[in-house]
Structures are given as structure tokens and as C-alpha cells.
Design a protein. Structure first.
Lengths: 139, 84
């Protein structure tokens, strides 16, 4: 089967380090001419809520001792994951989907999410997008 | 094209992406390439170490022509010709 020129990311985590990684990977993929689909579940989904998207300052617990330095350096180097993701979306084919089961579990509706989120879809839709993607990532 | 030629070449557009980290300069290059005429030259200024390696890879994948890099103190000048 021919692989589609597409990167598919299942984003489970919602910490800033992982969100920044997703924005970097997505930007790189768009720049390289790939389509990008990001499927949000659990904490990844919650990180895209209107109420959290601008204020989320959580970092990986495993490296808690380094998160202060990381946050400081991100600010100094002007690394803003949401701005970068918006820029990637504006300049390529990048779509962000919310898992309908997780949305239901957390009692979230489409309107609870930042407009960067395209839609709420089922797992079947995700599988359909991911099954022939040239790159698939779970983050 | 030699480094000497690139030192004197006049680019159709110069993107100053210094201070932004990877893949910011690459993204800015992708955006800018479609704003210059086919056959024109784009210069990207980047202080990110990975970008001078990324742009040749990007150019090959996108069907554009990588012309070379001129190293300046603290940054690179990376040249691409738009072919399509």
C-alpha cells in the first residue's frame, strides 16, 4: 500500500514540553509539504480547552526539577507552541480533531475548545486517517 | 555555485529568521519561496544550527534548487533558487 504524504499524531499528553514537541514536529512536517492530522485525547484534549489553552503551565512530572529552567528558556527564546501551531495551520494542511469518547468523558463540547480545533470525530475517523499515514506518532 | 558567487549574488527576497529556533527558519523559507518569481533566488538568514542542514533536504524534497551557504559570524545565509 502506498503511504500518504501525511503525519498523524495521537496526542495524549497535555504538558507544555509535549505540546511544544507537537508544534515543532507539525511545523516541520508542514514545511516539508506533508499533511498533518492531530488527534486529541485525554490531557492533550484538555490542553486545547479555551479555559486552559493560554494558561497551561504544566510540565512533565518526571523532570520537575528542570521545568523551571525550561519554562524560562522557552520564554527567553520566544518559543510559543500555540503560536507556532497556528502558523503551521495557516500555511499548510493541518487539522486538529478531538476524540468524541474523551470529549464525552470530560463533558466537553466543540464550543469549549479553541477555534484551532477543527472537529470532534470518532475513533474510526482517526484510524482511517492514521492507517496509511507515512508517519504516525503517539505523544 | 561557489561561495564567492553567493557573496555577490542579489537575492529577490531576504528572510531574516535569525533568533528563531528550528523549524522556524524552514517554515519561513517555505512561506517565502512562493512569493518570489520562478528562477528567482531566496536568501534565508538563520542562526539555528540545524537549518543549514534542513534547507538542502527541504529543497530536494520540494523540487527547488539549493545553491549553498555563506557563513557569517553567528548566522548563516542560505540560498535557494525557486524552480517551480
Amino acid at each position: 500500500m502506498r503511504m500518504a504524504n501525511r503525519m498523524s499524531i495521537l496526542l495524549f499528553s497535555g504538558t507544555r514540553d509535549k505540546l511544544t514537541s507537537v508544534a515543532t514536529l507539525s511545523t516541520g512536517a508542514v514545511a516539508m509539504g506533508m499533511e498533518v492530522d492531530i488527534f486529541l485525547a485525554y490531557w492533550g484534549m484538555n490542553a486545547f480547552r479555551k479555559s486552559m489553552i493560554g494558561t497551561n503551565n504544566r510540565f512533565d512530572k518526571d523532570f520537575e526539577d528542570m521545568s523551571g529552567t525550561l519554562a524560562k528558556n522557552m520564554q527567553a527564546k520566544n518559543i510559543n507552541w500555540l503560536e507556532n501551531l497556528r502558523k503551521a495551520k495557516a500555511n499548510g494542511n493541518l487539522k486538529i480533531h478531538v476524540c468524541s469518547t474523551v470529549a464525552d468523558l470530560f463533558e466537553a463540547k466543540k464550543e469549549d475548545f479553541d477555534p484551532i480545533v477543527d472537529d470532534v470525530i470518532g475513533i474510526g475517523g482517526y484510524i482511517e486517517q492514521a492507517k496509511d499515514a507515512a508517519i504516525t506518532l503517539y505523544i | 555555485m561557489s561561495t564567492l558567487d553567493l557573496n555577490t549574488v542579489k537575492a529577490n527576497k531576504v528572510v531574516d529568521a535569525r533568533g528563531t529556533s528550528c523549524p522556524g527558519p524552514l517554515m519561513d523559507t517555505k512561506i517565502a519561496i512562493s512569493t518570489i518569481p520562478i528562477g528567482g533566488i531566496l536568501e534565508t538568514m538563520s542562526s539555528d544550527e540545524g537549518t543549514r542542514k534542513d534547507i538542502p533536504i527541504w529543497a530536494k524534497a520540494m523540487g527547488q534548487e539549493f545553491l549553498g551557504v555563506v557563513s557569517e559570524p553567528g548566522y548563516d545565509r542560505i540560498f535557494v533558487r525557486r524552480l517551480k
